[in-house]
Write a protein of this length. Sequence first.
Length: 147
Amino acid sequence: MIKINTKFLLPITFIFIVLSFSCKREMRAISYGKDNCEQCRMTIIDTQFGAGMLTSKGRVLTFDSGECLFRYLKAKGLNENEQYFVTDYSNPGTLINAAESSFLHSDSIQSPMGGNLAAFKTQESAATAQKQFGGELLEWSKLISKK
């Protein structure tokens, strides 16, 4: 029969619970004016742009624009175990799932890296912006496949 010293059981249980909750894997908000872009190393300033990546190990990477995220993915490769986020142009500072987003490429949109690319949560909001700015509507799959 195994004898357990109950004097250590409570502290060990507490540590296990704390570690379980502290290892949450979720994307955090971009700290505008503080975070640097993983791709170009510029400080992320513009709240209408910005992007993020949550790695399979729970590491958060931030980008100053969608185009920097796409450049990073072209260099490092896409990983199905990672999550990708972009800022909703219509709701500055709000990160949305990149794979479910619609994008507008327009010379009238001045993104930080000059790619003229904005992300939208819905296809309808992207189409509305297209009426104002002109340009081409794009989807995630097309953007990640461009060479």
